[in-house]
Design a protein around this ligand. Structure first.
Ligand SMILES: Cc1cc2nc3c(=O)[nH]c(=O)nc-3n(C[C@H](O)[C@H](O)[C@H](O)COP(=O)(O)OP(=O)(O)OC[C@H]3O[C@@H](n4cnc5c(N)ncnc54)[C@H](O)[C@@H]3O)c2cc1C
Length: 63
């Protein structure tokens, strides 16, 4: 592999884990050696589903 070309990383699925992975990978890529494509099938950006339940409980007043 040629060293002057960026490594192209393709992530299939744009969920929470993909978002965290992309964020971490790009934060560590100071030398800009990575080119990243994230392919998702949802019509909206990744969001935090793990805390969805506790947030909705807070806003609806459920316990
Ligand atoms: C309403 C709700 C409430 C939740 N509450 C909690 C909670 O309180 N606590 C908790 O721990 N967990 C909770 N969860 C579970 C939590 O959401 C999951 O554990 C977490 O989302 C997993 O993240 P992930 O990125 O691995 O997968 P996902 O969030 O499932 O993301 C995977 C993504 O990949 C996409 N995808 C899959 N196949 C393809 C393909 N072939 N091509 C393109 N895209 C593709 C999917 O559409 C999706 O967008 C909840 C889930 C939901 C739905």
């Amino acid at each position: 592999m040629r060293q002057d070309r960026p490594t192209h990383v393709v992530v299939i699925g744009a969920g929470m884990v993909a978002h965290k992975f992309a964020e971490t990978l790009l934060a560590k890529d100071d030398a800009r050696r990575v080119s990243l494509t994230v392919i998702g099938d949802e019509p909206f950006a990744p969001y935090d589903r793990v805390h969805l339940t506790s947030r909705s409980r807070r806003t609806t007043g459920c316990i």
